[in-house]
Write a protein that binds this ligand. Structure first.
Ligand code: SF4
Ligand code: SF4
Length: 191
């Protein structure tokens, strides 16, 4: 690992089978209700009949470099820590949901009952104990990878060096730290 860790994720969409193990295990690990998702999978058809493929794109907070969500909070209840994790301090959160509106990825959950916001924190409690985020550990096809983006020898850095990659909503220019590989082969699917 590098001296200045920057946690990030690489997701290989060509491997994802939309089994939703990541979504389910995240809910259990983080004690979410069945209508709350810190991690979810979107399925989109690409191509045209009879050459159709269902692209599965697993999503979560991108732990962006630029954080309109953090800037929107009126009580400094959300921030980005020194390892790049965008977190919510629930003690401070007043449930105004300004951050929810500010995130273009829909990555923040309104917990209406608790009047708080919830979101992915890369399973910070597991990282502290030397474990991977639970979505990484439970992915049935090993389509997700996690590690230190500042370490050139980490698996995530090597994957980004060796593969073409994309981020979601690049036009927002928030510099996400969740990257997608394996998309290229589906770009012109069925054409
Ligand atoms: Fe903030 Fe949304 Fe980016 Fe996460 S994905 S850091 S909640 S703007
Ligand atoms: Fe801040 Fe909570 Fe309001 Fe989000 S909902 S802006 S974290 S106080």
């Amino acid at each position: 690992m590098s001296e200045n860790i920057k946690w990030g994720m690489v997701i290989d969409v060509s491997k994802c089978i939309a089994c939703h193990a990541c979504t389910a295990s995240c809910r259990i690990e983080n004690k979410l209700s069945t209508d709350q998702n810190r991690s979810w999978v979107i399925e989109t058809e690409v191509g045209a009949y009879p050459n159709v493929h269902v692209l599965k794109v697993a999503q979560l907070c991108n732990h962006c470099e630029k954080t309109p969500c953090v800037e929107a909070c009126p009580v400094a209840a959300t921030g980005k820590n020194e390892e790049g994790i965008v977190f919510v301090d629930k003690e401070k959160c007043i449930g105004c949901y300004a951050c929810v509106e500010a995130c273009p990825y829909g990555a923040r959950i309104k917990d209406q009952e608790a009047k708080k916001v919830d979101k992915c924190d890369f399973c910070a409690h597991r990282l502290e104990n030397g474990l991977l985020p639970v979505c990484i550990s439970t992915c049935t096809t090993q389509a997700r990878y996690f590690g230190d983006l500042n370490d050139p020898n980490s698996l995530v850095s090597k994957l980004l060096k060796e593969n073409k990659y994309e981020v979601l909503l690049p036009e927002k220019e928030l510099e996400p730290n969740v990257y997608y590989i394996g998309i290229e082969e589906y770009k012109n699917f069925g054409k």
